[in-house]
Design a protein around this ligand. Structure first.
Ligand code: ZN
Length: 505
């Protein structure tokens, strides 16, 4: 059974399975939506309109419940003319449909469906299998985000992390602060490089997710077992919002949404109580909109120059007996963490914002190579981490710098003791969009590196990855998505970089 991501157990047995337009489906009432998804895929592939039946013995496709199976796990048994899907919940049944999509070749036009008899028993390696898209630097609207959810869920990724805010744009409607959409969502130029020259153009760029759009996206994703994790990046990377509310910074002098891509020194003032009130109010609306367990607070790349010279920041440090600006940042994150904890949320921040005194409940997203070992060592003290080494998973990088093979060779447990592996929640890839301006470019950068990410997140084994990848490329072709055709493999051709073995942990 050639499935991507690689299943935990699978085998072909003698015998074959065929269905035509007279086949019937039986499903437990919990799995109606998933059975209908499969019926729709069969219709698109063959034009068969499969009938649902209440009599199990009439059915050639059966969806049934087994509460003993692991969360998100499923079993597929294809034997004696019947394909049976068993799962403990909707997520497992959904993933069984994604596997059947590949087994039955449902992304190809066919006159009938046929495959070898066989067996798949499957469940994920990691609970957190994520991908982040930066919609702050360039905005991609609801439809593109839904398409991203589609392709992620097809390969069993289950977290879409939205980088909603940055120096160059604030992309979420917040009722209490209307200037965040009136001013902070609009930029009147961007840094561009052309013919060896870098300059700031005067092309406007704008956009934001309205509350109704967020609700639509969250529901769409939930139906595909994808959780949307919102990110409000702070205390740095906040210039767009500061341009709308200048009193949030130490200097009060910011007058426009940032056009250049480099990190700004203008950050949130850590000594002003109004900043805490503002951010908590924003987070309250974020929590109402996004049901996710997690809220990401960024925390990376904070230039603290302004705090050195700010009366309020210095007073706050003295009041709290702090010796360093790092402690002040940790204090700020802690204030928001406590606020979010009261709402049942877990905070994630990037590892360069994590210090010795950062509360252990904060999840660290490890993305920097230089601090990687120190960051993963935190797992010894009970901190949970998400593994996101930028040299392997930042898909904005060109393919010649970050070929798909690099992602495939990601070792999620590198530097983590065996005893602490349970603290590795999972892995997450990313696309930063400073230089990604349109959907075609976006999907070209992501696909098919996303498949390699999914393989590492779901499974330890990677045998015949490039062979299994071909069905995914057919799917991208059918969906009309731009992808890197370098990985299309002609019949009989071997890919020079094929990884034949599982990683060695
Ligand atoms: Zn200040």
């Amino acid at each position: 059974m050639k499935i991507l991501p690689f299943p935990q157990k699978s085998e072909n047995v003698s015998g074959s399975f065929t269905i035509d337009g007279h086949a019937k489906i039986f499903c437990d009432s919990d799995f109606t939506a998933q059975a209908e998804m499969l019926a729709d895929l069969v219709y698109d592939s063959c034009g068969f309109f499969l009938q649902f039946t209440d009599i199990i013995s009439e059915a050639q496709i059966i969806f049934s419940t087994d509460a003993a199976l692991p969360a998100e796990g499923y079993v597929i048994m294809i034997s004696r003319g019947v394909a049976t899907v068993t799962a403990s919940g909707k997520a497992g049944a959904f993933y069984a449909v994604q596997s059947l999509r590949q087994i039955f070749k449902l992304d190809t036009k066919q006159s009938e469906i046929s495959c070898a008899d066989g067996y798949v028993e499957d469940s994920p390696r990691f609970a957190y299998r994520g991908f982040m898209v930066d919609i702050a630097r360039h905005y991609f609207g609801l439809d593109i985000l839904k398409t991203l959810v589609d392709v992620m869920s097809q390969v069993k990724l289950n977290v879409l992390h939205l980088h909603l805010t940055d120096d160059q744009g604030f992309r979420l409607q917040i009722d209490k602060y209307p200037l965040l959409t009136e001013i902070a969502s609009k930029r009147f130029g961007s840094e561009v490089s052309r013919n060896g020259e870098t300059f700031v153009d005067d092309v406007p760029h704008s956009g934001y997710l309205s509350k109704d759009e967020v609700k639509d996206l969250v529901a769409y994703a939930a139906a595909r077992n994808v959780e949307i994790v919102p990110e409000i990046d702070l205390p740095g990377h906040f210039v767009a919002a500061i341009a709308a509310y200048p009193e949030l910074s130490c200097t009060g002098s910011v007058s426009e949404v940032r056009k250049k891509w480099s990190t700004s020194k203008e950050i949130l003032c850590a000594g002003n109580d109004k900043v805490y009130e503002f951010v908590n109010n924003v987070l309250d609306e974020v929590c109402e909109l996004f049901p996710s367990r997690y809220v990401h607070l960024g925390g990376e790349e904070v230039a603290k120059d302004r705090w050195c010279n700010c009366k309020l920041c210095r007073e706050r440090m003295a009041e709290l007996h702090m010796d360093s600006l790092e402690e002040l940042q940790t204090h700020m994150i802690e204030m928001f963490r406590i606020h979010l904890e009261q709402k049942g949320k877990i905070v994630i921040i990037r590892n360069d914002g994590v210090t010795k005194s950062t509360d252990k409940a904060v999840v660290s997203q490890v993305w920097t190579p230089t601090k990687h070992y120190r960051a993963v060592r935190d797992t010894r003290f009970g901190r949970q981490i998400i593994v996101s080494p930028r040299r392997k998973v930042n898909f904005n990088r060109a393919y010649n710098i970050l070929p798909l093979e690099y992602t495939l060779k990601l070792k999620p447990f590198k530097g983590v003791r065996k005893a602490d592996r349970a603290n590795v929640l999972g892995i997450e890839g990313a696309i930063w969009t400073q230089h990604v301006e349109d959907p075609d470019q976006l999907f070209f950068q992501i696909l098919p590196r996303l498949d390699a990410l999914a393989e590492c997140a779901w499974s330890k084994r990677k045998k015949d990855f490039y062979i299994r990848l071909q069905k995914r490329l057919v799917c991208y072709e059918r969906l009309g998505l731009n992808y890197n055709r370098k990985y299309v493999r002609k019949k009989g051709e071997k890919h020079a970089d094929s990884v034949q073995q599982g990683d060695t942990l």
